[in-house]
Design a protein around this ligand. Structure first.
Ligand code: FAD
Length: 391
């Protein structure tokens, strides 16, 4: 069992920008991760297991829909606090952040934004307590980066909708009680639907033996002549941009989460370099090792300021799709570079489960693809600054 002695780097006193509530939420989440997650996560990931007890644990620290009104199980926390929670969860392991942010930023947020009052009361409280698990489906086997070409179809038959198709790479699919997903009709309209696991014609499958996100359940949502009532259609739009906007909160969570990974890797490498002796000296005394540590803390510091500023824009409701996209791409890229440097500072020990770094590196490979690939986010920013779409 690994003892988690994490100390968070803060070279530019970014903590001084945080509110009391931000710090309280950070401390609660960090303590929970240190006590309940770090001692068992390496084993769970090595065994490709999802520790079910994390669901209740996350609900107890308020990690499901914490920004929603209390009436719906939330705590009305601001979005910087939410970001910090994602940072701390992903420092523990990506699987925790995935569980929390899919449930909160996609499933609960979409139900909150688009469902009827009756549906909100039915789903949001159990989701906030972890008594229900939710999945979000946009990607398909043949359409990932280009969801507008999705093949899953909905057609109206009397007062029902009939749905056929499937969604691939869906977090929590094998264990979900409810799923929120997008599909399309013959008039090029995108429909956002809500479905219960028990619904006839709805099945899920599990993707086994992933190398990244191993602590997380991933699978497929399969719809075979599935019939849903009219109220299951939460929202309909012809505008692809309107559909894609629902990813904003998820991408924001990844930007903070990837920072959490970088902070963990840096802390681990700094401690190791300060203890490991080679050539009769601590390796931290070698200039080449110092250069790596300096590069790491410099990039982490820039990202700490970037995501904090993005949090301010999120809180006042002015953050744009493009700004969120830039932060997701930049934070994941930064974190991946930091993690690889940390791995090299740890030498051979860096590839073992004694340290979290190799596990984080494999999770970062997923983060580069998930919630929009690094290439797609490059094109989003390119379009934003030039006014020309290169898609
Ligand atoms: C573990 C995991 C969990 C996931 N969880 C979810 C989830 O819960 N819900 C969900 O809906 N989805 C989920 N995803 C899916 C994820 O969002 C997609 O994998 C991602 O959008 C990329 O789609 P793709 O895998 O089909 O790759 P593709 O779209 O086939 O892309 C393949 C490559 O081509 C590149 N490419 C594509 N188009 C262009 C272009 N125009 N210019 C340059 N390069 C391009 C891509 O960047 C990539 O490098 C998950 C994925 C993984 C791996």
């Amino acid at each position: 069992m690994r003892k988690d002695n994490f100390n968070s780097p803060d070279h530019y006193a970014v903590d001084k920008l945080l509110s009391e509530e931000n710090i309280l939420i950070r401390n609660i989440t960090r303590d929970w991760v240190k006590i309940n997650v770090s001692p068992i996560i390496e084993n769970a990931v090595q065994n490709d297991e999802f520790p079910v007890k994390f669901v209740k644990g996350i609900s107890e620290i308020g990690g499901f829909g914490p920004f929603l009104p209390e009436k719906y199980g939330g705590a009305e926390i601001d979005l910087i606090s939410y970001g910090i929670m994602m940072q701390e969860l992903e420092r523990g392991d990506s699987s925790l952040r995935v569980l929390s942010s899919i449930q909160s930023g996609l499933v609960m947020k979409l139900i909150f934004d688009h469902a009827s009052e009756q549906q909100k009361l039915k789903y949001l409280i159990p989701l906030s307590k972890g008594d229900m698990i939710g999945s979000f489906g946009m990607s398909e086997p043949n359409h990932g980066s280009d969801p507008s070409s999705m093949l899953t179809r909905f057609t109206k038959k009397g007062n029902k909708y009939v749905i056929n198709g499937s969604k691939l790479w869906i977090g929590q699919a094998p264990i979900c009680n409810v799923a929120v997903f997008w599909c399309k009709n013959d008039h090029n309209e995108f429909g956002l639907f809500l479905v219960d696991r028990e619904t006839k014609g709805f099945e899920t499958s599990k993707i086994k033996n992933k190398w990244g996100f191993r602590g997380s359940e991933t699978g497929e949502l399969i719809f075979n002549n599935m019939e849903l009532n009219e109220e299951s259609l939460l929202f309909k739009t012809k505008d692809v941009g309107e559909m894609l906007k629902c990813l904003n909160l998820g991408r924001y969570a990844v930007a903070w989460g990837a920072l959490g990974i970088a902070m963990d890797c840096y802390d681990c490498a700094l401690k190791y370099a300060s203890e490991r002796i080679q050539f009769g000296k601590k390796i931290a005394s070698f200039q080449l090792i110092q250069k790596k540590l300096v590069d790491m803390i410099t990039e982490i510091t820039k990202t700490q300021i970037l995501v904090w500023r993005l949090g301010v824009l999120m809180n006042d409701g002015s953050a744009t799709y493009d700004q969120i996209s830039m932060a997701k791409r930049s934070s994941v890229d930064m974190s991946s570079n930091v993690a690889i440097k940390a791995r090299s500072i740890l030498g051979g020990m860096g590839v073992t489960a004694e340290y979290p770094v190799m596990r984080h590196i494999l999770n970062l490979e997923v983060l580069k693809t998930y919630q929009g690939t690094e290439e797609i986010h490059t094109l989003i920013t390119g379009r934003s600054i030039t006014g020309i779409s290169a898609f």
